[in-house]
Design a protein. Structure first.
Length: 309
């Protein structure tokens, strides 16, 4: 099936074993599309469930979320299958991406929801994510990536040593830093909204109402309690146990994909030197405002978090 080129071509290639942003080349945009843009393990599925619940407040969304709101960059299935599913949708669509802002197309009539999280918390969740990934599937991706001309780079260290893995994450897996920095450059644009993981944890309903306002979606007042309940961590975790795609990707399926959802687990795990190295990378790679917002540094962080754009 022939597809039109994107309205605005991507500016930079991001090609890895798991993700390839060349897959956007066949994407056909529609006005109103919603892009959920996050670094890995920063509340992606949480925000997808929120967006789906707001746009379809009478529906149970978790069971079909991975199919209906696909991760377009992911190399797990043929890109034409993903694009065909999106083309077949008659309702307002949402698409997930972990790619930094300069690696995805931009449209003035689309909505971009950027979700982030303290990098140390993101790292701890990513470490658990990698430990529970199905290794047979990962090896299939490695083989297919090499066949597709993707440079494999340095393999991550063994997952039995969190300190070696943290050093690799800082130096060789810069996606969290690239993502935060690239999207922060768009913070003044009216079709971009920033949402912090901590704010979702502290005030889920309040943040969901802000997302609904940003998207211009009207949710009947009597349905708000049910959609908020549907988007709590425990409700999503229970619903995820029946999502068979998660069993293919993770040992333990939904029970390990939705691990704990808590913050601060790096305390007492990462050393003083490792935390100092993280701070140094943040100062070198991120804008001051981005550091304050995402890691909640400084006296002004609470105000920045409430008004990120």
């Amino acid at each position: 099936m022939a597809r039109a080129a994107a309205d605005k071509p991507i500016e930079r290639m991001y090609r890895t074993v798991v993700s390839d942003n060349r897959r956007w080349e066949g994407f056909v945009h529609r006005p109103g599309d919603v892009f959920v843009c996050t670094p890995p393990k920063c509340g992606t599925t949480w925000m997808q469930a929120i967006v789906a619940s707001i746009m379809s407040p009478s529906a149970e969304v978790m069971g079909t979320l991975m199919k209906d709101a696909p991760w377009i960059d992911a190399r797990y299935e043929a890109v034409d299958d993903v694009l065909d599913r999106l083309d077949a949708q008659a309702h307002r669509r949402q698409i997930k991406t972990h790619t930094p802002a300069d690696g995805i197309p931009w449209y003035p009539d689309a909505s971009y929801i950027v979700v982030s999280r303290d990098g140390r918390d993101a790292f701890m969740s990513f470490f658990n994510h990698m430990r529970n990934s199905q290794q047979d599937l990962m090896m299939q991706l490695v083989v297919s990536a090499a066949e597709d001309g993707i440079e494999l780079g340095d393999a991550p260290p063994p997952l039995d040593d969190i300190h070696s893995f943290f050093a690799w994450w800082l130096d060789d897996e810069p996606m969290w830093f690239d993502h935060v920095a690239s999207f922060w450059a768009h913070k003044e644009e009216p079709n971009v909204a920033f949402v912090h993981y901590d704010d979702l944890s502290a005030d889920l309903e309040g943040q969901m109402r802000k997302v609904a306002d940003f998207l211009g979606e009207q949710v009947p007042e009597d349905l708000w309690p049910s959609i908020v309940q549907q988007c709590t961590f425990e409700s999503m975790r229970q619903a995820s146990l029946s999502i068979t795609e998660l069993d293919r990707h993770f040992v333990g399926g939904g029970s390990t994909f939705f691990h704990k959802g808590t913050n601060g687990r790096w305390r007492g795990v990462l050393t003083t030197d490792e935390l100092a190295a993280f701070d140094d990378r943040c100062r070198k790679r991120l804008q001051p405002g981005a550091i304050e917002w995402t890691n909640r540094w400084g006296d002004s962080t609470r105000a920045v978090a409430e008004h990120p754009g």
